[in-house]
Design a protein around this ligand. Structure first.
Ligand code: T3D
Length: 258
């Protein structure tokens, strides 16, 4: 499939998806949503996904020029149900680590899509803005769920109410993202991390991602049972055998993701 609003390439087990409407800070139109959804349904054999944006921004959320304030009100519940919610669910359910390289401003749904990824790296000049309050909306794309969990209710509520920008450095200090990287090094470091994941035991990485996602909402007994069941399953994998064999033989493991 050819794309007009994104670029999507798979190389050596790493899929790189770039939001590519830089003139509008990669804000989402229905067409871009459809292309992202198509790309994310085409990831068989992929062992890591890298999500980033073209140009100076990562993503400014919904393209507001698609909304006509003088016309009939659009059913925003419909657009969330049709586009944003499935995208958040898909990113979290993908069976491989999803790394987000936030190359510039991430605003509105753009900020929360970044936070839906497993690992968020951000350029030092990037910022995160819960822009919704400025146009009379509330944070969507999982913002009201993920933000309090990452940075606590006090900061999450204040950011949502004020739409204050948060610098990448502040986001790292608060635990909202994993790491800040100098602007010129962001893509090389993000690609290096993804290339590393593509050589790792993918079944185990998927289990880690999924256990972490449910862990915060489970009680300890439920989570201990889950760890037991997953460890039992992973103990049957080829990659587990390979990891132990390589350790004992003092050689580098060759993981196949099986
Ligand atoms: O509608 C639904 O379906 C419901 C779902 C909603 C989800 C949402 O995401 S709602 C929130 C929508 N997003 C926003 O409210 C953010 C709007 N943008 C901004 O506040 C600012 O652009 C930024 C803070 C992100 C960046 O500011 P700055 O000063 O760095 O850049 P700029 O000059 O404002 O923007 C550069 C260009 O991108 C500019 O176009 P121009 O003048 O050069 O032709 C600007 O209009 C365009 N742009 C930026 N954001 C959007 C956009 N165009 C359309 N939609 C945008 N969201």
């Amino acid at each position: 499939m050819s794309y007009e609003n994104i670029t999507f390439e798979i190389t050596d087990g790493v899929a790189e998806l770039t939001l590519n409407r830089p003139k509008a800070l990669n804000s989402f139109t229905a067409a871009m949503h459809q292309e992202v959804a198509a790309a994310l349904s085409n990831v068989d054999g992929v062992r890591c996904l890298l999500l980033t944006g073209a140009g100076r921004g990562f993503c400014a959320g919904q393209d507001l020029s698609d909304r006509d304030p003088d016309g009939e009100p659009v059913d925003l519940g419909y657009t969330l149900e049709t586009y944003y919610n499935p995208l958040v669910r898909r990113l979290r359910a993908l069976p491989m680590p999803v790394v987000c390289a936030v190359n510039g401003v991430a605003a509105g749904a753009g900020a929360n899509l970044a936070l839906a990824c497993d690992i968020v790296l951000a350029a030092r000049s990037a910022k995160f803005i819960q822009a919704f309050a400025k146009i009379g909306l509330l944070p969507d794309s999982g913002g009201t769920w993920v933000l309090p969990r990452l940075i606590g209710t006090a900061r999450a509520t204040a950011l949502a109410l004020t739409a204050d920008p948060v610098s990448a450095e502040q986001a790292e200090q608060w635990g909202m993202i994993y790491r800040v990287i100098n602007d010129g090094e962001l893509m090389a470091e993000s690609r290096e991390l993804c290339a590393h994941f593509a050589t790792q035991p993918t079944l185990g990485l998927t289990a880690i991602k999924q256990a972490m996602q449910v862990g915060l909402n489970n009680d300890l007994d439920t989570q201990l049972d889950l760890e037991r069941d997953e460890q039992r399953r992973l103990g049957q994998s080829q990659d587990y055998r390979e990891g132990v064999a390589a350790f004992l033989a003092k050689r580098k493991p060759v993981f196949k993701g099986q």
